[in-house]
Design a protein around this ligand. Structure first.
Ligand code: SF4
Ligand code: SF4
Length: 352
């Protein structure tokens, strides 16, 4: 198992970690079996969230004998200091430990939420105080938009960033990765299996290992999945661009979703619509449920999707034949603010 430095935290983590989501759905015995097997083969990073019900208890019990040899991470979605502090205290009890290696602010959805968390009385203060008191070693943040993370890094000294990275959602591999590296922050990626749409687990992991975050956490429901992921890690290798493009197409066929490749040569829309950015927002809206964030961003568009006259040029020129007109016919309503009169009329007529 390849170990990587986690930014400047002083921790060394296995590049393949286990995420906590599945443990809430399987038994203690099954969770224990997966965690023991993973640990024996070199996995030392276990990252979950307060949101994932009893996952902290299951992980804590399983690693009890070798607690100091593993890195435990968890997170809170609370936004106020008082609630954040309670969550950390609860996590310590759930894990059954004296300290937690990484405690993160979970899925910070919008800049408004970020400002709330970072303001006096916000949850960030709870993390800082608990770090100063020794109960938390490192403070992290997770979000789904690069803009949110980049803003957060300007506001405070985070030790670790958790961010989605997979062969479909490749934004983190660019400017964000460079900024995180330059600041010496640990980078743990999430959602490696494209929300379950990954056409091949092997390809999905090879893509991530090729980009090279410090670690990626994978939700693992059984020993077969664990064994497969460990074998891919041991074999090494990287995904080629052709493999990635084929895998995106296969994922698209499997889930009837649209994955824009953000090609540099995308045709300009004669009506002035920013096609790539509109598709990007709608993907966030749909896949990551970042609805308010997408609506906020869309509100700043100078040319709204209502301007589309269905000329079809974009679809004809798109090398991947994406059904852009179909997407925009839905997005033009979904991306409107909840109080927009047009949206309210549409909801009354169509029920969506
Ligand atoms: S050409 Fe198609 S896939 Fe490429 S950026 Fe434009 S819409 Fe997206
Ligand atoms: S179909 Fe709509 S979005 Fe596409 S090029 Fe024509 S006007 Fe622009």
């Amino acid at each position: 198992m390849q170990l990587n430095k986690l930014g400047n935290t002083g921790l060394e983590v296995s590049r393949l970690g286990l995420g906590g989501i599945p443990f809430q759905y399987i038994t203690h015995a099954e969770s224990n079996d997966i965690i023991q097997a993973a640990y024996e083969r070199g996995v030392n990073l276990f990252y979950t969230s307060r949101m994932y019900r009893d996952s902290e208890n299951k992980i804590g019990l399983a690693v009890k004998k070798y607690r100091n040899k593993v890195v435990l991470g968890t997170s809170t979605h609370k936004r106020k200091k008082i609630n954040g502090r309670r969550e950390i205290e609860q996590s310590l009890r759930n894990f059954g430990v004296d300290y937690i290696d990484i405690y993160s602010l979970h899925n910070v959805l919008t800049l408004k939420v970020l400002r709330e968390i970072m303001s006096p009385g916000g949850a960030y203060q709870a993390l800082e105080e608990m770090r100063n008191a020794g109960y938390v070693r490192h403070v992290g943040i997770s979000a789904h938009q690069p803009e949110t993370i980049l803003n957060a890094l300007e506001m405070a000294a985070f030790d670790v960033v958790e961010f989605p990275l997979n062969y479909v959602d490749r934004e983190a591999a660019g400017e964000l990765l460079a900024e995180i590296r330059a600041r010496g922050i640990g980078f743990v990626t999430i959602k490696p299996m494209v929300f379950g749409y990954a056409a091949s687990a092997s390809l999905a992991l090879r893509y991530i290992f090729g980009v090279g975050p410090d670690a990626t956490v994978v939700g693992t429901y059984n020993r077969d999945e664990l064994d497969e992921n460990l074998s891919v890690e041991a074999a090494g290798g990287e995904a080629t661009e052709t493999e990635v493009m084929d895998a995106i197409a296969a994922s698209e066929r499997g889930c009837f979703k649209v994955f824009c490749r953000r090609c540099p040569e995308c045709v300009p829309c004669p009506r002035g619509i920013d096609i790539k950015q509109a598709l990007r927002l709608y993907e966030y809206f749909d896949r990551y449920h970042s609805r308010e964030w997408a609506r906020e961003q869309y509100a700043a568009f100078s040319t709204k999707l209502i301007a589309c006259d269905n000329c079809g040029l974009c679809e004809r020129e798109c090398p991947y034949h994406l059904p852009i007109k179909r997407e925009f016919s839905r997005a033009r309503i979904d991306l409107l603010s909840r109080r927009s009169p047009r949206r309210l009329i549409h909801k009354k007529l169509i029920g969506r």
